[in-house]
Write a protein that binds this ligand. Structure first.
Ligand code: PEP
Ligand code: MG
Length: 570
Protein backbone atom coordinates (compact mmCIF):
# COMPACT_ATOMS: atom_id res chain seq x y z
CA UNK A 1 0.00 0.00 0.00
CA UNK A 2 1.22 3.51 -0.79
CA UNK A 3 0.05 6.51 1.21
CA UNK A 4 -0.06 10.03 -0.27
CA UNK A 5 -0.84 13.14 1.70
CA UNK A 6 -2.53 16.12 0.11
CA UNK A 7 -4.92 18.85 1.14
CA UNK A 8 -8.38 17.82 2.36
CA UNK A 9 -10.56 19.62 -0.18
CA UNK A 10 -14.02 18.13 0.13
CA UNK A 11 -15.42 16.12 3.04
CA UNK A 12 -16.24 12.44 2.86
CA UNK A 13 -14.60 9.12 2.11
CA UNK A 14 -14.65 7.31 -1.23
CA UNK A 15 -13.32 3.89 -2.16
CA UNK A 16 -13.13 2.86 -5.84
CA UNK A 17 -10.84 2.10 -8.76
CA UNK A 18 -8.60 4.83 -10.16
CA UNK A 19 -9.35 6.47 -13.48
CA UNK A 20 -6.36 8.48 -14.70
CA UNK A 21 -7.44 11.69 -16.35
CA UNK A 22 -4.02 12.47 -17.75
CA UNK A 23 -3.27 13.63 -21.26
CA UNK A 24 -0.96 11.13 -23.04
CA UNK A 25 2.38 11.95 -24.62
CA UNK A 26 1.65 12.74 -28.27
CA UNK A 27 5.18 13.45 -29.45
CA UNK A 28 6.42 11.66 -32.59
CA UNK A 29 9.32 11.79 -35.03
CA UNK A 30 9.19 12.49 -38.76
CA UNK A 31 10.06 9.31 -40.68
CA UNK A 32 10.29 8.26 -44.31
CA UNK A 33 7.88 5.55 -45.38
CA UNK A 34 8.36 3.12 -48.24
CA UNK A 35 4.88 1.68 -48.49
CA UNK A 36 2.69 4.71 -49.18
CA UNK A 37 -0.50 2.71 -49.44
CA UNK A 38 0.06 1.00 -46.08
CA UNK A 39 0.67 4.39 -44.45
CA UNK A 40 -2.54 5.79 -45.92
CA UNK A 41 -4.37 2.71 -44.63
CA UNK A 42 -2.92 3.34 -41.19
CA UNK A 43 -4.31 6.89 -41.33
CA UNK A 44 -7.71 5.59 -42.49
CA UNK A 45 -7.81 3.14 -39.59
CA UNK A 46 -6.98 5.89 -37.08
CA UNK A 47 -9.68 8.10 -38.61
CA UNK A 48 -12.21 5.28 -38.34
CA UNK A 49 -11.35 4.68 -34.68
CA UNK A 50 -11.57 8.41 -33.92
CA UNK A 51 -14.94 8.51 -35.66
CA UNK A 52 -16.27 5.55 -33.66
CA UNK A 53 -15.07 7.12 -30.45
CA UNK A 54 -16.65 10.48 -31.26
CA UNK A 55 -20.01 8.88 -32.08
CA UNK A 56 -20.02 7.22 -28.64
CA UNK A 57 -18.91 10.38 -26.83
CA UNK A 58 -21.52 12.46 -28.64
CA UNK A 59 -24.25 10.03 -27.62
CA UNK A 60 -23.09 9.87 -24.00
CA UNK A 61 -22.80 13.65 -23.78
CA UNK A 62 -26.31 13.97 -25.14
CA UNK A 63 -27.66 11.53 -22.55
CA UNK A 64 -25.76 12.91 -19.57
CA UNK A 65 -25.55 16.60 -20.39
CA UNK A 66 -27.24 18.59 -23.13
CA UNK A 67 -27.65 18.86 -26.89
CA UNK A 68 -25.54 22.01 -26.74
CA UNK A 69 -22.59 20.18 -25.24
CA UNK A 70 -23.07 17.23 -27.61
CA UNK A 71 -22.86 19.68 -30.53
CA UNK A 72 -19.14 20.10 -29.82
CA UNK A 73 -18.61 16.47 -30.81
CA UNK A 74 -20.87 16.86 -33.82
CA UNK A 75 -18.42 19.53 -34.99
CA UNK A 76 -15.53 17.16 -34.31
CA UNK A 77 -17.15 14.49 -36.47
CA UNK A 78 -17.40 16.98 -39.32
CA UNK A 79 -13.65 17.52 -39.07
CA UNK A 80 -12.96 13.77 -39.28
CA UNK A 81 -15.07 13.59 -42.45
CA UNK A 82 -13.82 16.78 -44.07
CA UNK A 83 -12.30 15.88 -47.49
CA UNK A 84 -10.59 19.26 -47.67
CA UNK A 85 -8.57 18.29 -44.63
CA UNK A 86 -8.12 14.55 -45.10
CA UNK A 87 -7.34 14.80 -48.84
CA UNK A 88 -4.21 16.97 -48.37
CA UNK A 89 -2.95 14.67 -45.57
CA UNK A 90 -3.10 11.64 -47.86
CA UNK A 91 -1.54 13.73 -50.61
CA UNK A 92 1.34 14.74 -48.35
CA UNK A 93 2.02 11.12 -47.38
CA UNK A 94 2.17 10.23 -51.09
CA UNK A 95 4.14 13.25 -52.31
CA UNK A 96 6.75 13.33 -49.56
CA UNK A 97 6.80 9.66 -48.43
CA UNK A 98 6.37 10.79 -44.80
CA UNK A 99 4.62 9.07 -41.90
CA UNK A 100 0.94 9.75 -41.23
CA UNK A 101 1.65 11.47 -37.88
CA UNK A 102 3.87 14.04 -39.57
CA UNK A 103 1.52 14.62 -42.53
CA UNK A 104 -1.45 15.00 -40.18
CA UNK A 105 0.36 17.46 -37.97
CA UNK A 106 1.67 19.56 -40.86
CA UNK A 107 -1.66 19.88 -42.66
CA UNK A 108 -3.81 20.50 -39.59
CA UNK A 109 -1.33 23.07 -38.19
CA UNK A 110 -1.67 25.01 -41.42
CA UNK A 111 -5.47 25.12 -41.11
CA UNK A 112 -5.29 26.01 -37.42
CA UNK A 113 -2.91 28.91 -38.11
CA UNK A 114 -5.15 30.09 -40.96
CA UNK A 115 -8.35 30.03 -38.86
CA UNK A 116 -6.76 31.52 -35.78
CA UNK A 117 -5.41 34.39 -37.86
CA UNK A 118 -8.90 35.37 -39.02
CA UNK A 119 -9.84 37.09 -35.76
CA UNK A 120 -13.34 35.68 -36.03
CA UNK A 121 -15.10 33.93 -33.16
CA UNK A 122 -16.59 31.17 -35.34
CA UNK A 123 -13.27 30.47 -37.08
CA UNK A 124 -11.29 30.34 -33.86
CA UNK A 125 -13.79 27.77 -32.53
CA UNK A 126 -13.14 25.73 -35.70
CA UNK A 127 -9.40 25.99 -35.08
CA UNK A 128 -9.87 24.57 -31.62
CA UNK A 129 -12.05 21.73 -33.02
CA UNK A 130 -9.28 20.82 -35.48
CA UNK A 131 -6.67 20.81 -32.69
CA UNK A 132 -8.80 18.50 -30.54
CA UNK A 133 -9.53 16.12 -33.40
CA UNK A 134 -5.88 16.08 -34.50
CA UNK A 135 -4.88 14.96 -31.01
CA UNK A 136 -7.49 12.23 -31.06
CA UNK A 137 -6.31 10.88 -34.44
CA UNK A 138 -2.67 11.18 -33.37
CA UNK A 139 -3.42 9.19 -30.23
CA UNK A 140 -4.80 6.38 -32.38
CA UNK A 141 -1.82 6.48 -34.72
CA UNK A 142 0.50 6.29 -31.72
CA UNK A 143 -1.59 3.66 -29.93
CA UNK A 144 -2.13 5.77 -26.79
CA UNK A 145 -5.35 6.57 -24.98
CA UNK A 146 -7.03 9.97 -24.58
CA UNK A 147 -9.12 9.93 -21.42
CA UNK A 148 -12.66 11.16 -21.59
CA UNK A 149 -14.53 11.51 -18.31
CA UNK A 150 -17.95 11.63 -19.99
CA UNK A 151 -17.16 8.08 -21.18
CA UNK A 152 -16.99 6.69 -17.64
CA UNK A 153 -19.68 4.12 -16.94
CA UNK A 154 -18.47 2.55 -13.71
CA UNK A 155 -17.72 3.99 -10.28
CA UNK A 156 -14.24 5.52 -10.21
CA UNK A 157 -11.95 7.98 -8.50
CA UNK A 158 -10.46 10.49 -10.92
CA UNK A 159 -6.72 11.06 -10.69
CA UNK A 160 -5.50 14.18 -12.48
CA UNK A 161 -2.70 16.67 -12.45
CA UNK A 162 -5.36 19.35 -12.11
CA UNK A 163 -8.98 19.71 -13.14
CA UNK A 164 -10.24 22.92 -14.64
CA UNK A 165 -13.50 24.22 -13.19
CA UNK A 166 -15.33 23.22 -16.39
CA UNK A 167 -13.88 19.70 -16.30
CA UNK A 168 -14.99 19.46 -12.67
CA UNK A 169 -18.47 20.66 -13.63
CA UNK A 170 -18.77 17.83 -16.16
CA UNK A 171 -18.03 15.06 -13.68
CA UNK A 172 -20.97 12.73 -13.36
CA UNK A 173 -21.68 12.22 -9.65
CA UNK A 174 -23.20 8.81 -10.30
CA UNK A 175 -19.85 7.48 -11.43
CA UNK A 176 -17.21 9.79 -10.05
CA UNK A 177 -17.03 9.00 -6.34
CA UNK A 178 -14.02 11.19 -5.60
CA UNK A 179 -10.98 12.87 -7.08
CA UNK A 180 -7.33 13.49 -6.40
CA UNK A 181 -5.12 16.09 -8.04
CA UNK A 182 -1.39 16.72 -8.02
CA UNK A 183 -1.71 20.48 -7.70
CA UNK A 184 -4.09 23.02 -6.21
CA UNK A 185 -5.13 24.15 -2.76
CA UNK A 186 -8.28 24.20 -0.63
CA UNK A 187 -9.45 27.37 -2.31
CA UNK A 188 -8.67 26.45 -5.92
CA UNK A 189 -11.88 26.33 -7.88
CA UNK A 190 -11.82 22.60 -8.56
CA UNK A 191 -11.80 22.11 -4.77
CA UNK A 192 -14.65 24.57 -4.30
CA UNK A 193 -16.66 22.79 -6.98
CA UNK A 194 -15.97 19.37 -5.46
CA UNK A 195 -17.66 20.64 -2.30
CA UNK A 196 -20.71 21.87 -4.18
CA UNK A 197 -20.91 18.56 -6.06
CA UNK A 198 -20.48 16.80 -2.67
CA UNK A 199 -17.64 14.66 -4.06
CA UNK A 200 -14.85 13.76 -1.57
CA UNK A 201 -11.57 15.20 -2.85
CA UNK A 202 -7.91 15.57 -2.00
CA UNK A 203 -5.93 18.18 -3.94
CA UNK A 204 -2.24 19.07 -4.04
CA UNK A 205 -1.23 15.42 -3.51
CA UNK A 206 1.94 16.10 -5.54
CA UNK A 207 2.72 12.75 -7.10
CA UNK A 208 -0.74 11.24 -7.59
CA UNK A 209 -0.51 10.94 -11.38
CA UNK A 210 2.99 9.49 -11.28
CA UNK A 211 2.17 7.00 -8.49
CA UNK A 212 -1.34 5.79 -9.32
CA UNK A 213 -2.12 3.50 -12.27
CA UNK A 214 -5.47 2.99 -13.97
CA UNK A 215 -7.47 0.40 -12.05
CA UNK A 216 -5.57 0.70 -8.74
CA UNK A 217 -7.88 0.53 -5.72
CA UNK A 218 -7.94 3.93 -4.05
CA UNK A 219 -9.26 5.35 -0.80
CA UNK A 220 -9.76 9.13 -0.81
CA UNK A 221 -10.16 10.57 2.66
CA UNK A 222 -11.43 14.08 2.03
CA UNK A 223 -11.65 14.67 5.79
CA UNK A 224 -7.90 14.36 6.42
CA UNK A 225 -6.27 14.68 2.99
CA UNK A 226 -4.98 11.08 2.96
CA UNK A 227 -4.95 8.95 -0.19
CA UNK A 228 -4.31 5.21 0.08
CA UNK A 229 -3.27 3.27 -3.00
CA UNK A 230 -3.98 -0.48 -3.14
CA UNK A 231 -4.79 -0.81 0.58
CA UNK A 232 -5.19 -4.19 2.26
CA UNK A 233 -8.62 -5.64 3.00
CA UNK A 234 -8.22 -4.63 6.69
CA UNK A 235 -7.53 -1.01 5.81
CA UNK A 236 -10.51 -0.96 3.44
CA UNK A 237 -12.71 -2.32 6.24
CA UNK A 238 -11.44 0.40 8.64
CA UNK A 239 -12.27 3.08 6.12
CA UNK A 240 -15.69 1.61 5.40
CA UNK A 241 -16.36 1.95 9.12
CA UNK A 242 -15.05 5.52 9.14
CA UNK A 243 -17.29 6.35 6.15
CA UNK A 244 -20.24 4.85 8.01
CA UNK A 245 -19.50 6.98 11.11
CA UNK A 246 -19.35 10.05 8.91
CA UNK A 247 -22.77 9.19 7.47
CA UNK A 248 -24.20 8.82 11.00
CA UNK A 249 -22.74 12.22 11.95
CA UNK A 250 -24.30 13.75 8.85
CA UNK A 251 -27.68 12.25 9.77
CA UNK A 252 -27.42 13.90 13.23
CA UNK A 253 -26.63 17.27 11.69
CA UNK A 254 -29.51 16.90 9.26
CA UNK A 255 -32.00 17.19 12.14
CA UNK A 256 -31.05 20.89 12.25
CA UNK A 257 -32.15 21.54 8.69
CA UNK A 258 -35.20 23.64 9.54
CA UNK A 259 -33.77 25.34 12.62
CA UNK A 260 -32.67 28.94 12.92
CA UNK A 261 -28.97 29.51 13.45
CA UNK A 262 -28.53 30.84 16.98
CA UNK A 263 -25.61 30.86 19.37
CA UNK A 264 -25.87 29.33 22.85
CA UNK A 265 -26.90 32.74 24.21
CA UNK A 266 -29.56 33.27 21.54
CA UNK A 267 -27.78 35.55 19.05
CA UNK A 268 -28.87 34.93 15.46
CA UNK A 269 -26.36 34.88 12.64
CA UNK A 270 -27.15 34.00 9.05
CA UNK A 271 -25.81 30.82 7.46
CA UNK A 272 -25.81 31.09 3.69
CA UNK A 273 -24.53 28.96 0.83
CA UNK A 274 -22.07 29.54 -1.99
CA UNK A 275 -23.29 28.33 -5.37
CA UNK A 276 -21.99 28.19 -8.93
CA UNK A 277 -25.16 27.33 -10.80
CA UNK A 278 -28.94 27.03 -10.41
CA UNK A 279 -28.33 23.25 -10.29
CA UNK A 280 -26.83 23.74 -6.81
CA UNK A 281 -30.19 24.95 -5.43
CA UNK A 282 -31.29 21.47 -4.50
CA UNK A 283 -28.24 21.04 -2.21
CA UNK A 284 -28.74 24.52 -0.76
CA UNK A 285 -32.30 23.74 0.31
CA UNK A 286 -31.43 20.21 1.45
CA UNK A 287 -28.75 21.62 3.76
CA UNK A 288 -31.00 24.31 5.23
CA UNK A 289 -29.27 27.50 4.03
CA UNK A 290 -30.88 30.77 5.11
CA UNK A 291 -29.83 32.48 1.92
CA UNK A 292 -27.23 32.52 -0.81
CA UNK A 293 -24.18 34.52 0.19
CA UNK A 294 -22.30 34.07 -3.05
CA UNK A 295 -23.47 33.03 -6.49
CA UNK A 296 -20.30 32.76 -8.60
CA UNK A 297 -21.84 33.70 -11.97
CA UNK A 298 -18.67 32.99 -13.94
CA UNK A 299 -19.57 29.30 -14.10
CA UNK A 300 -22.48 30.30 -16.34
CA UNK A 301 -19.91 31.65 -18.79
CA UNK A 302 -17.59 28.64 -18.64
CA UNK A 303 -17.53 25.24 -20.41
CA UNK A 304 -19.19 26.62 -23.54
CA UNK A 305 -18.25 28.22 -26.83
CA UNK A 306 -19.88 31.64 -26.65
CA UNK A 307 -21.09 34.24 -24.18
CA UNK A 308 -24.39 33.49 -22.45
CA UNK A 309 -27.10 35.82 -23.77
CA UNK A 310 -28.93 38.29 -21.55
CA UNK A 311 -31.97 36.01 -21.75
CA UNK A 312 -30.04 32.93 -20.64
CA UNK A 313 -28.56 34.83 -17.73
CA UNK A 314 -31.93 36.28 -16.79
CA UNK A 315 -33.39 32.76 -16.65
CA UNK A 316 -30.57 31.48 -14.45
CA UNK A 317 -30.81 34.40 -11.99
CA UNK A 318 -34.61 34.25 -11.90
CA UNK A 319 -34.49 30.49 -11.19
CA UNK A 320 -32.20 31.06 -8.22
CA UNK A 321 -34.19 34.01 -6.86
CA UNK A 322 -37.50 32.19 -7.16
CA UNK A 323 -36.02 29.01 -5.72
CA UNK A 324 -34.91 30.89 -2.61
CA UNK A 325 -38.46 32.25 -2.06
CA UNK A 326 -37.60 35.72 -0.79
CA UNK A 327 -34.50 34.72 1.17
CA UNK A 328 -31.45 36.89 0.45
CA UNK A 329 -29.47 36.01 -2.68
CA UNK A 330 -26.12 37.72 -3.24
CA UNK A 331 -25.18 37.46 -6.90
CA UNK A 332 -21.62 38.38 -7.76
CA UNK A 333 -20.89 39.89 -11.15
CA UNK A 334 -18.47 38.11 -13.48
CA UNK A 335 -15.16 37.20 -11.86
CA UNK A 336 -13.22 35.77 -14.78
CA UNK A 337 -9.42 35.57 -14.97
CA UNK A 338 -7.08 34.01 -12.41
CA UNK A 339 -7.69 30.25 -12.72
CA UNK A 340 -10.96 30.75 -14.61
CA UNK A 341 -10.82 31.13 -18.39
CA UNK A 342 -13.27 31.56 -21.21
CA UNK A 343 -12.09 29.89 -24.43
CA UNK A 344 -14.13 32.30 -26.55
CA UNK A 345 -12.88 35.45 -24.81
CA UNK A 346 -9.20 35.50 -25.62
CA UNK A 347 -7.44 37.22 -22.77
CA UNK A 348 -3.83 38.17 -23.03
CA UNK A 349 -1.34 35.74 -21.45
CA UNK A 350 -0.33 37.27 -18.14
CA UNK A 351 2.71 36.67 -15.96
CA UNK A 352 0.55 36.79 -12.83
CA UNK A 353 -3.06 36.10 -13.77
CA UNK A 354 -4.29 36.39 -10.17
CA UNK A 355 -2.87 39.92 -10.12
CA UNK A 356 -4.00 40.68 -13.62
CA UNK A 357 -6.82 41.93 -15.75
CA UNK A 358 -9.59 39.98 -14.02
CA UNK A 359 -13.05 40.38 -12.53
CA UNK A 360 -14.25 43.98 -12.16
CA UNK A 361 -11.14 45.26 -13.96
CA UNK A 362 -12.11 43.33 -17.07
CA UNK A 363 -15.80 44.25 -16.72
CA UNK A 364 -15.08 47.97 -16.49
CA UNK A 365 -12.94 47.59 -19.59
CA UNK A 366 -15.32 45.41 -21.60
CA UNK A 367 -18.48 47.23 -20.70
CA UNK A 368 -20.87 45.53 -23.10
CA UNK A 369 -20.17 42.24 -21.37
CA UNK A 370 -20.79 43.87 -17.99
CA UNK A 371 -23.91 45.78 -19.02
CA UNK A 372 -25.51 42.62 -20.44
CA UNK A 373 -25.05 40.88 -17.12
CA UNK A 374 -26.34 43.87 -15.14
CA UNK A 375 -29.48 44.09 -17.28
CA UNK A 376 -30.15 40.40 -16.74
CA UNK A 377 -29.71 40.86 -12.98
CA UNK A 378 -31.91 43.95 -12.82
CA UNK A 379 -34.69 42.27 -14.79
CA UNK A 380 -34.49 39.20 -12.53
CA UNK A 381 -34.52 41.33 -9.37
CA UNK A 382 -38.32 41.42 -9.18
CA UNK A 383 -38.41 37.65 -8.56
CA UNK A 384 -36.80 37.64 -5.13
CA UNK A 385 -34.47 39.33 -2.68
CA UNK A 386 -31.48 40.21 -4.88
CA UNK A 387 -28.25 41.78 -3.68
CA UNK A 388 -25.60 42.60 -6.30
CA UNK A 389 -21.92 42.30 -5.43
CA UNK A 390 -18.81 43.42 -7.31
CA UNK A 391 -15.66 41.27 -7.08
CA UNK A 392 -12.00 42.33 -6.78
CA UNK A 393 -12.62 45.96 -5.95
CA UNK A 394 -9.29 47.64 -5.14
CA UNK A 395 -10.23 51.33 -5.14
CA UNK A 396 -13.30 53.39 -4.36
CA UNK A 397 -13.29 54.68 -7.95
CA UNK A 398 -13.82 51.14 -9.22
CA UNK A 399 -16.79 50.67 -6.91
CA UNK A 400 -18.25 54.01 -7.95
CA UNK A 401 -17.73 53.27 -11.65
CA UNK A 402 -19.36 49.83 -11.39
CA UNK A 403 -22.30 51.20 -9.40
CA UNK A 404 -22.75 54.10 -11.86
CA UNK A 405 -23.00 51.65 -14.77
CA UNK A 406 -25.53 49.59 -12.80
CA UNK A 407 -27.63 52.70 -12.14
CA UNK A 408 -27.44 53.74 -15.79
CA UNK A 409 -28.74 50.35 -16.89
CA UNK A 410 -31.45 50.52 -14.25
CA UNK A 411 -32.61 53.95 -15.45
CA UNK A 412 -32.68 52.73 -19.05
CA UNK A 413 -34.75 49.68 -18.17
CA UNK A 414 -37.21 51.73 -16.13
CA UNK A 415 -37.50 54.27 -18.96
CA UNK A 416 -38.31 51.35 -21.29
CA UNK A 417 -41.11 50.23 -18.97
CA UNK A 418 -39.28 47.21 -17.52
CA UNK A 419 -39.95 46.39 -13.87
CA UNK A 420 -36.89 46.46 -11.60
CA UNK A 421 -36.70 45.70 -7.85
CA UNK A 422 -36.84 48.86 -5.75
CA UNK A 423 -34.55 47.85 -2.91
CA UNK A 424 -31.59 46.01 -4.45
CA UNK A 425 -28.60 46.26 -2.13
CA UNK A 426 -25.26 46.88 -3.84
CA UNK A 427 -22.14 45.64 -2.10
CA UNK A 428 -18.62 44.50 -2.74
CA UNK A 429 -16.18 41.74 -1.95
CA UNK A 430 -13.40 42.66 0.43
CA UNK A 431 -10.65 40.47 -0.96
CA UNK A 432 -7.87 42.94 -1.69
CA UNK A 433 -6.08 44.23 1.42
CA UNK A 434 -6.42 47.88 0.27
CA UNK A 435 -10.18 47.65 0.76
CA UNK A 436 -9.91 46.10 4.22
CA UNK A 437 -7.56 48.90 5.30
CA UNK A 438 -9.90 51.52 3.80
CA UNK A 439 -13.10 49.81 4.91
CA UNK A 440 -14.27 52.90 6.83
CA UNK A 441 -14.30 54.90 3.60
CA UNK A 442 -15.98 52.14 1.56
CA UNK A 443 -18.56 51.51 4.30
CA UNK A 444 -20.11 54.92 3.67
CA UNK A 445 -20.91 54.00 0.06
CA UNK A 446 -21.69 50.28 0.02
CA UNK A 447 -24.76 48.50 1.34
CA UNK A 448 -22.74 45.52 2.55
CA UNK A 449 -19.37 43.81 2.46
CA UNK A 450 -18.60 40.16 1.88
CA UNK A 451 -15.09 39.17 2.87
CA UNK A 452 -13.45 36.91 0.29
CA UNK A 453 -10.78 35.28 2.38
CA UNK A 454 -9.58 32.97 -0.41
CA UNK A 455 -8.14 35.95 -2.20
CA UNK A 456 -7.69 38.20 0.85
CA UNK A 457 -5.32 35.62 2.36
CA UNK A 458 -3.43 35.01 -0.88
CA UNK A 459 -2.89 38.75 -1.38
CA UNK A 460 -2.06 39.51 2.25
CA UNK A 461 0.41 36.63 2.54
CA UNK A 462 1.64 36.94 -1.08
CA UNK A 463 0.99 33.22 -1.55
CA UNK A 464 -0.58 31.94 -4.78
CA UNK A 465 -3.71 29.98 -3.86
CA UNK A 466 -3.04 27.47 -6.67
CA UNK A 467 0.48 26.62 -5.58
CA UNK A 468 0.65 23.72 -3.11
CA UNK A 469 4.29 24.63 -2.28
CA UNK A 470 3.12 27.79 -0.54
CA UNK A 471 -0.18 26.42 0.72
CA UNK A 472 1.24 26.54 4.27
CA UNK A 473 0.81 30.31 3.99
CA UNK A 474 -2.93 29.93 3.57
CA UNK A 475 -3.36 30.90 7.22
CA UNK A 476 -6.89 31.96 8.09
CA UNK A 477 -6.00 32.06 11.79
CA UNK A 478 -3.01 34.33 11.29
CA UNK A 479 -3.55 37.43 13.46
CA UNK A 480 -2.76 39.57 10.40
CA UNK A 481 -5.87 38.18 8.71
CA UNK A 482 -7.96 38.40 11.88
CA UNK A 483 -6.99 42.05 12.32
CA UNK A 484 -8.04 42.88 8.75
CA UNK A 485 -11.37 41.12 9.32
CA UNK A 486 -11.87 43.03 12.55
CA UNK A 487 -11.22 46.33 10.75
CA UNK A 488 -13.81 45.51 8.11
CA UNK A 489 -16.50 44.45 10.59
CA UNK A 490 -15.95 47.47 12.85
CA UNK A 491 -16.01 49.91 9.93
CA UNK A 492 -19.21 48.39 8.54
CA UNK A 493 -21.03 48.34 11.87
CA UNK A 494 -20.05 51.94 12.45
CA UNK A 495 -22.14 52.76 9.36
CA UNK A 496 -24.91 50.24 10.25
CA UNK A 497 -23.95 48.02 7.31
CA UNK A 498 -23.83 44.24 7.46
CA UNK A 499 -20.76 42.08 6.80
CA UNK A 500 -20.67 38.57 5.44
CA UNK A 501 -17.85 36.24 4.58
CA UNK A 502 -17.96 34.02 1.51
CA UNK A 503 -14.38 32.78 1.47
CA UNK A 504 -13.74 29.22 2.64
CA UNK A 505 -12.75 30.49 6.07
CA UNK A 506 -16.44 31.11 6.88
CA UNK A 507 -17.07 27.37 7.10
CA UNK A 508 -13.86 26.47 8.90
CA UNK A 509 -14.73 24.99 12.30
CA UNK A 510 -11.79 26.65 14.03
CA UNK A 511 -12.39 30.04 12.43
CA UNK A 512 -16.14 30.15 13.14
CA UNK A 513 -15.72 30.83 16.92
CA UNK A 514 -13.36 33.72 16.15
CA UNK A 515 -15.66 35.16 13.49
CA UNK A 516 -18.64 35.00 15.85
CA UNK A 517 -16.56 36.84 18.44
CA UNK A 518 -15.53 39.46 15.87
CA UNK A 519 -19.20 40.14 15.08
CA UNK A 520 -19.59 38.67 11.59
CA UNK A 521 -23.25 38.87 10.52
CA UNK A 522 -23.42 36.31 7.72
CA UNK A 523 -21.37 33.15 7.09
CA UNK A 524 -21.52 31.84 3.53
CA UNK A 525 -20.02 28.46 2.68
CA UNK A 526 -20.33 25.26 0.70
CA UNK A 527 -23.83 23.95 1.34
CA UNK A 528 -22.35 20.75 2.80
CA UNK A 529 -20.75 22.72 5.67
CA UNK A 530 -23.93 24.50 6.79
CA UNK A 531 -25.46 21.99 9.19
CA UNK A 532 -22.12 21.20 10.79
CA UNK A 533 -21.61 24.93 11.38
CA UNK A 534 -25.14 25.36 12.73
CA UNK A 535 -24.47 22.59 15.24
CA UNK A 536 -21.21 24.26 16.26
CA UNK A 537 -22.70 27.75 16.65
CA UNK A 538 -25.37 26.36 19.01
CA UNK A 539 -22.58 25.55 21.45
CA UNK A 540 -20.84 28.95 21.38
CA UNK A 541 -21.65 32.02 23.45
CA UNK A 542 -21.00 35.44 21.94
CA UNK A 543 -19.36 37.10 25.02
CA UNK A 544 -17.02 34.13 25.43
CA UNK A 545 -16.09 34.23 21.76
CA UNK A 546 -15.54 38.00 21.99
CA UNK A 547 -12.97 37.38 24.72
CA UNK A 548 -11.39 34.62 22.63
CA UNK A 549 -11.16 36.88 19.57
CA UNK A 550 -9.70 39.78 21.56
CA UNK A 551 -7.00 37.51 22.94
CA UNK A 552 -6.33 35.91 19.54
CA UNK A 553 -5.73 39.32 17.95
CA UNK A 554 -2.82 39.84 20.33
CA UNK A 555 -1.08 36.53 19.57
CA UNK A 556 1.92 36.24 17.27
CA UNK A 557 1.21 33.23 15.08
CA UNK A 558 -1.56 31.25 13.42
CA UNK A 559 -0.50 28.17 15.42
CA UNK A 560 -0.95 30.00 18.72
CA UNK A 561 -4.39 31.19 17.64
CA UNK A 562 -5.43 27.70 16.60
CA UNK A 563 -4.24 26.28 19.92
CA UNK A 564 -6.25 28.92 21.80
CA UNK A 565 -9.40 28.18 19.80
CA UNK A 566 -9.02 24.46 20.46
CA UNK A 567 -8.68 25.09 24.20
CA UNK A 568 -11.70 27.40 24.26
CA UNK A 569 -13.95 25.18 22.15
CA UNK A 570 -13.66 21.56 23.09
C1 PEP B 1 -12.73 34.64 -2.26
O1 PEP B 1 -11.79 35.13 -2.89
O2 PEP B 1 -12.69 34.38 -1.04
C2 PEP B 1 -13.98 34.30 -2.95
C3 PEP B 1 -15.04 33.91 -2.27
O3 PEP B 1 -14.00 34.38 -4.30
P1 PEP B 1 -13.34 33.31 -5.28
O4 PEP B 1 -12.97 32.10 -4.45
O5 PEP B 1 -14.35 33.01 -6.32
O6 PEP B 1 -12.14 34.03 -5.81
MG1 MG C 1 -12.06 35.91 -4.87
Amino acid sequence: MTRLTGIAASDGIAIAKAYRFVQPDLTFAKTTVHDIEAEQKRLAAALAKAEQELIVIRQQTLEKFSAEEAAIFEAHLLVVHDPELIGPINQKIADEAVNAEYALHEVTSMFVALFEGMDDEYMSARASDIKDVTNRILAHLLGVHIPNPSNINEQVIIVANDLTPSETAQLDRNYVLGFITDIGGRTSHSAIMARSLEIPAVVGAGVATTTIQDGDTIIVDGLTGQVLVNPSADVIADYQEKAQKYRVQQAEWSTLVNEQTVSKDGVHVELAANIGSPNDLDGVLRHGAEGIGLYRTEFLYMGRENLPSEEEQFTAYKTVLEGMKGKPVVIRTLDIGGDKHLPYLPLQEEMNPFLGHRAIRLCLDQQELFRTQLRALLRASVYGNLKIMFPMIATIQEFRAAKAILLEEKEKLIAGGVAVGSSIEVGMMVEIPSTAVMADIFAKEVDFFSIGTNDLIQYTMAADRMNEKVSYLYQPYNPAILRLIQMVIKAAHQEQKWVGMCGEMAGDEHAVPLLLGLGLDEFSMSATSILKTRALLKQLSVPEMQTLATEALQLATAEEVLEKVKQAVK
